[in-house]
Design a protein around this ligand. Structure first.
Ligand code: ADP
Ligand code: MG
Length: 399
């Protein structure tokens, strides 16, 4: 789960982390009110979308010479003009894809006199099973490029969960950033605060780019991205509330309401499968037969007719889907339940694309009978290979 920059900054501030003062705004009037609360004379108006690269981004509706999604404003009138420019328009950045993202919120914040820009991030490192702190003096720019061309400028520090954050971790961060004196001390303190926040909030990733040294000698978090372990959100209702579903794929949001694991992909064959392993195998075998899956969808073990119907509708809501392959092993979930769901959903949505169904397991005969007697043009398949061949052939035939 991702949140917006201003929300992440508010969370970090609770752990003592230094951030510039700022206020979120949903309208031009709110943006102006926000600016009036700030001391000025320099303000920054920032588009709040769940994607980075906003500064260098471009608005679809504005000309190629228009400014991007992070703008320095020298007066309250400028803040107003920038807010009018950005709100409701579509920002395209290296991270949004060509479709871009509509800007519905702004963050109006203090302009900072920047002396240096640094990079600092934290993530759960699967290789070591530890939280890793990644720091670089090369902040503000594309960190992937820094990692590629000058990997020596990136330092990774991992923290043993048993002993937790130790003073030497803080010193290593400050050293990697080449900081002296008071700034060195600030960096040590910051690293500890970030680790505490990361752990306490069940973060998955925390990226600060840039972390800045101000001209008056303070370390401030100027931009941050924070994401959380979705499975831990029941422990943090206050964080869960920060979710902004308008930033997510609508089909994925609907799937999560039914507790379905759904991820949209680029192909044309919709898949409905139970179990993540079987779903992966199904996607592989579709590719082996020369086509591409339109989605990953795991209906899980204990699905009801209602859940299967929802899954079916979600797959069909994707206009790219030209055929559906259902591949279910009825263990906990019985084949006749699946069959009922498929028939009900196919009738409800007036299915127009070919549908191949492979059922195996508990009550398989009953399930096949339901499908055969449904009066729907469902193509039965005997095994995984047969199913994949049939759906690819059916889609070709229909095209
Ligand atoms: P993004 O990474 O999405 O482009 P950032 O928040 O990192 O957005 O902003 C891009 C650049 O804009 C920063 O690297 C920094 O140079 C400048 N910037 C951002 N916020 C401020 C601020 N409050 N004061 C001064 N400059 C800022
Ligand atoms: Mg940034």
């Amino acid at each position: 789960m991702n949140i917006h920059e201003y929300q992440a900054k508010e969370l970090l501030a609770k752990y003592g982390v230094g951030v510039p003062t700022g206020y979120a705004a949903l309208t031009v009037e709110e943006a102006v009110e926000a600016a009036k609360k700030l001391p000025g004379p320099l303000y920054v108006v920032k588009a709040q979308i769940h994607a980075g690269g906003r500064g260098k981004g471009k608005f679809k509706e504005l000309g190629p010479d228009a400014k991007g999604g992070v703008r320095l404003a020298k007066s309250i009138d400028d803040v107003k003009a920038d807010a009018e420019d950005m709100l409701g328009n579509t920002l395209v950045t290296v991270q949004t894809g060509d479709a871009g993202k509509q800007v519905n919120r702004l963050y109006v914040t203090d302009g900072v006199d920047i002396a240096e820009e640094y990079y600092l991030s934290m993530l759960v490192d699967r290789a070591t099973g530890r939280i890793a702190l990644i720091v670089s003096t090369e902040g503000g720019m594309d960190i992937e490029e820094v990692a590629h061309s000058t990997p020596e400028k990136i330092t990774t520090i991992t923290i043993d969960p048993a002993s937790g954050f130790q003073p030497h971790h803080g010193r290593a961060v400050a050293f990697a950033l080449k900081l002296q004196g008071d700034l060195n001390k600030q960096a040590q303190k910051l690293a500890k605060q970030l680790y505490e926040a990361f752990l306490a909030l069940d973060c998955e990733m925390l990226e600060i780019n840039p972390l800045v040294e101000t001209k008056d000698g303070n370390l401030l978090v100027l931009d941050t991205k924070m994401s959380f372990d979705g499975n831990a959100m029941f422990r943090h209702p206050d964080v869960a509330e920060l979710r902004d579903v308008t930033e997510e794929d609508p089909a994925e949001v609907e799937a999560s309401e039914y507790d379905l694991a759904y991820i949209k992909l680029d192909g044309n064959i919709g898949c409905m499968v139970n179990g993540a392993g079987l779903a992966m195998a199904t996607m592989d075998i579709i590719k082996l037969n020369g086509a591409f899956p339109a989605n990953f969808l795991d209906v899980g073990g204990g699905a009801t007719t209602e859940k299967v119907t929802a899954a079916f509708k979600i797959i069909l809501s994707d206009p790219a889907v030209e055929g559906i392959l259902v591949n279910i092993f009825g263990g906990i979930m019985k084949c006749d339940i699946i069959a009922d769901g498929i028939v009900a959903a196919a009738k409800e949505v007036n299915l127009q694309v070919p549908l191949v169904v492979r059922l195996e397991g508990t009550n398989v005969e009953k399930g096949k009978e339901i499908l055969a007697n449904s009066g729907l043009p469902i193509v039965p398949a005997d095994d995984l290979g047969d199913a994949a061949q049939k759906i690819v052939a059916e889609v070709k035939k229909a095209a």
